[in-house]
Ligand binder design. Structure first.
Ligand code: CDP
Ligand code: CDP
Length: 220
């Protein structure tokens, strides 16, 4: 049976979206699309060019090719999967993502990726704007302290000893910018299921989501 439905997963930074989305995609045999990585790639290119004018960033967004192949992200054919996670990108990405013309271009690419097959897509505006007709929508959230601790521990695992307080401030600042921007801000889609992941393991969240989907599909 062809599975053509899509799953939209939105929420603030560190809620566990990408961890859970990847696992869901695997279980349902759907492609996983990390839309945050796309905004990060454009931000990386602007940083490299040293051009942070609005006009310059729009030009970059319109001229760049972005592909996701086997879970790796390619910017103009170059693998930038690791580089887009650096702190300088964290710091600037929400500003880049607030520019309507940048969003227009990336949303086009995202819709194209979901056109011919079902996807699990995570981001901020997937259920509200990118795939408003997605069959399943989830909004993951968690306490800011817990989200900061998760991000802090992720960095520790990569050998980076950051400052927990600073990590929390950076997340809070990015959430604020993402929720307050004019163009498709982060918000709960009307028909999304809200899951607070604060005291749940990724496996528990995955099972909860799969339970919702299983009620509808007879394929699991
Ligand atoms: O993984 P993390 O939560 O830190 O961030 P991300 O999902 O990689 O997204 C990075 C940034 O891209 C977000 O803070 C948003 O500013 C922007 N973004 C967006 O505006 N719309 C999306 N659909 C996805 C990300
Ligand atoms: O994509 P998003 O920014 O929402 O979160 P993430 O990049 O998936 O990071 C979440 C981190 O918290 C990962 O290190 C996960 O192992 C951990 N975590 C989780 O994702 N879900 C839980 N329910 C508990 C912990």
């Amino acid at each position: 049976l062809e599975k053509v439905y899509s799953v939209a997963i939105d929420g603030p930074a560190g809620a566990g979206k990408s961890t859970v989305a990847k696992m869901i995609a695997e279980r349902l045999n759907l492609a996983y699309v990390d839309t945050g990585a796309m905004y990060r790639a454009i931000t990386l290119k602007a940083l490299e060019r040293g051009n942070f004018s609005k006009k310059g960033i729009i030009k970059i967004a319109e001229e760049s090719t972005i592909e996701i192949i086997n879970g790796r992200i390619y910017l103009d054919g170059r693998d930038v999967t690791e580089e887009i996670r650096k702190p300088s990108v964290d710091e600037k990405v929400s500003t880049v993502a607030s520019i309507p013309q940048v969003r227009k271009r990336l949303v086009e690419i995202q819709r194209q990726m979901a056109k011919n097959s079902g996807v699990v897509m995570d981001g901020r505006d997937i259920g509200t704007t990118v795939l408003p007709n997605a069959k399943y929508k989830f909004y993951l959230t968690a306490d800011i302290k817990i989200r900061a601790k998760r991000r802090y521990e992720e960095m520790l695992n990569k050998g980076i000893n950051s400052d927990l307080e600073k990590v929390e401030q950076e997340l809070a600042q990015r959430d604020k910018q993402d929720m307050e921007r004019e163009c498709s801000p982060l918000k709960v889609a009307e028909d999304a299921v809200i899951i607070d992941t604060s005291h749940k393991t990724p496996e528990e969240v995955v099972n909860e989501i799969l339970d919702y989907i299983k009620r509808d599909e007879n394929v699991l």
